[in-house]
Design a protein around this ligand. Structure first.
Ligand code: SF4
Length: 446
C-alpha cells in the first residue's frame, strides 16, 4: 500500500458479541489513544474503523460480516481509509475473510491487540492471526472506557479449558489463563479512581479462575481481596460454570458484602442425556443440588442462567426436562440460544440434527417461560426495599432517573426507574419497589 499523504488521526470501534469482547475493544481503544489517535463516536468521522467481531455461533458470524460490509460503505460516504476486522471471527476464519473480503485493509486475530501501533506506522501485515489464547492483558495494558458509566467489566481470565461438545470458544481463545490477583486488584483500584462503582467480573469460565496459577488461588480468594478495595460498591459475578467452587462461594458470601447477591450460572441443559451428550461433566441431580443450596441459603440471591436448545438428538422429553427444571428452580433471568453447528467442535458430526422449525419453537417456549417467571419474581419484589445504582437521567415521562438494582446485570437484564430523587450519577440509593413487569422495576427512594 502506498504511504498516506497525511497522518491518520481518527478511529472508530464497533464491539460485537459478549462483555469479554467489550473489554478487548476497550483495550484496543486504549492502545489507539496511546498512539495518539482520537476515538470518534460517529463512523462518518473515522479514518480507521475497527470491528471487533464475534465468531461463537452462526448468527453472531453473520452479524459480524454484515457489520463489516456496512462499515465498508464509509469509504465513499465518510472518511474511511482503513477497515479492520479484529477479534473472534478473524481468529477463526482470518485467511478466508482476507481472501473473500477485499473491503478489509487488515485482519487481526485475538492474539496481538498491539497491531494498532503497527497500523499507524504502516508496518502491520494485512493478516495476522497467531495462536489462540496468546494474549492476556496485564496492568500495563491501556484501556479506554467510552462514555460515562458507573459500571465496568473486568476480565479476570481468558480462554476455557473445558471441552463442552458444542462450543468453539476453546478453539478461538485457547486454554484458560488467569490474571494475577494483585494485578486485578490494581485494575479495580484504578477503576475506582475513575469513578467506577460496580465491577462485573467476566471470563469465559469465571469458576475456573486461578486453577492454572497453581498457587491455591481460586475465585473465592480473589473476591476476598477485591471486597476490601475502597471506592467500589458492588462486585458482580458473571459466567460461572456450575461446579464446586460455587459451594465455597456460598459459604464465603456473608463475609463479602460488596459481592452482590446475583449469580449468573449458564447451565445449558438439565436433561441427563443432553448433559452427557454436551460433555458438561455433571448430572441434572448435581445441578439441582446446587440450585437448591443457593435457594436455601438465601432466597435473596438472584439467579440468571443461559440454556441451549436444539442440540443434536435433543428429544421432546429432553426438552421437557429442561423446561421443568427452569420452572422448578425459578431462575430470575433466563437467556437461551439455538444450537449452531460449528466446525472443529465435537458435536459437529452428531446426528440426527434437530430441524430448525423445532429448535425455533423450543426457543420461543423457553423465552415465554422465562418472561412468565421473571414477571412473577419481579412481582414478589413489590413493596420490598432494594439498593439501586443510579446510572443516569431517565428518558421516560414520569421518571427522573434510572439505574439497576442488585438483581439486574448491565445490558442483559432490565433496568430500574426512579420516580423522584436528588441522587447523583453513581450513587447507590435505598428504594421501595412500587411497580414491576417482566423486565423492569419502578421504585421510589426511601
Ligand atoms: S465452559 Fe463455556 S466457554 Fe468453556 S467450553 Fe463450555 S460452554 Fe464453552
Amino acid at each position: 500500500m502506498p504511504p498516506f499523504k497525511s497522518a491518520i488521526r481518527t478511529i472508530h470501534f464497533v464491539s460485537l458479541g459478549c462483555a469479554k469482547n467489550r473489554v478487548d475493544t476497550e483495550v484496543m481503544a486504549g492502545i489507539a489513544v496511546e498512539q495518539g489517535l482520537r476515538i470518534v463516536a460517529n463512523p462518518l468521522d473515522a479514518e480507521i474503523i475497527v470491528v471487533n467481531t464475534c465468531g461463537f455461533i452462526r448468527s453472531a458470524k453473520e452479524e459480524s460480516i454484515q457489520t463489516l460490509l456496512e462499515m465498508a460503505r464509509y469509504r465513499t460516504s465518510g472518511r474511511l481509509r482503513l477497515l479492520v476486522s479484529a477479534g473472534c471471527l478473524s481468529q477463526r476464519y482470518g485467511e478466508e475473510l482476507a481472501r473473500n473480503m477485499p473491503e478489509l485493509s487488515h485482519v487481526f486475530g485475538t492474539s496481538y491487540p498491539d497491531w494498532i501501533a503497527r497500523i499507524v506506522d504502516r508496518s502491520a501485515p494485512r493478516v495476522q492471526i497467531g495462536p489462540a489464547g496468546h494474549f492476556l492483558q496485564d496492568i500495563k495494558t491501556p484501556r479506554f472506557i467510552q462514555g460515562k458509566n458507573p459500571s465496568a467489566y473486568l476480565k479476570i481470565a481468558d480462554g476455557c479449558s473445558r471441552r463442552c461438545a458444542f462450543c468453539a470458544i476453546p478453539l478461538i481463545r485457547g486454554k484458560a489463563k488467569s490474571r494475577a490477583v494483585g494485578e486485578i486488584r490494581r485494575e479495580v483500584e484504578k477503576m475506582a479512581g475513575h469513578g467506577i462503582k460496580e465491577i462485573c467480573l467476566v471470563a469465559q469460565d469465571s469458576s475456573a479462575y486461578g486453577r492454572d496459577l497453581n498457587r491455591g488461588i481460586d475465585l473465592v480468594r480473589l473476591l476476598r481481596v477485591l471486597n476490601s478495595t475502597p471506592g467500589i460498591t458492588w462486585i458482580r459475578l458473571l459466567y460461572l460454570y456450575p461446579d464446586r467452587v460455587i459451594y465455597r462461594l456460598l459459604e464465603a458470601l456473608p463475609d463479602l458484602p460488596k459481592v452482590v447477591p446475583y449469580l449468573d450460572i449458564p447451565i445449558q441443559h438439565a436433561s441427563d442425556r443432553m448433559l452427557k451428550e454436551m460433555r458438561r461433566g455433571h448430572h441434572a441431580s448435581s445441578l439441582r443440588r446446587l440450585m437448591e443450596r443457593i435457594r436455601k441459603q438465601s432466597p435473596q440471591i438472584f439467579l440468571r442462567t443461559t440454556v441451549l436448545v436444539g442440540y443434536p438428538t435433543e428429544s421432546e422429553s429432553d426438552f421437557k426436562a429442561l423446561l421443568d427444571f427452569l420452572a422448578e428452580i425459578e431462575f430470575d433471568h433466563i437467556g437461551a440460544f439455538r444450537y449452531s453447528r460449528e466446525e472443529g467442535t465435537r458435536s459437529y458430526a452428531r446426528e440426527p440434527r434437530v430441524p430448525p422449525a423445532v429448535s425455533y419453537s423450543r426457543l420461543r417456549k423457553i423465552m415465554a417461560l422465562g418472561r412468565r417467571i421473571s414477571k412473577r419474581r419481579n412481582k414478589m419484589l413489590n413493596g420490598k426495599t432494594v439498593d439501586v445504582l443510579v446510572e443516569g437521567a431517565a428518558d421516560d415521562d414520569g421518571f427522573v432517573l434510572f439505574g439497576r438494582h442488585q438483581g439486574q446485570a448491565p445490558e442483559v437484564d432490565g433496568v430500574t426507574y426512579i420516580v423522584s430523587s436528588s441522587a447523583q450519577f453513581g450513587d447507590t440509593i435505598r428504594a421501595r419497589v412500587i411497580k414491576s413487569d417482566a423486565f423492569d422495576l419502578v421504585v421510589e427512594p426511601i
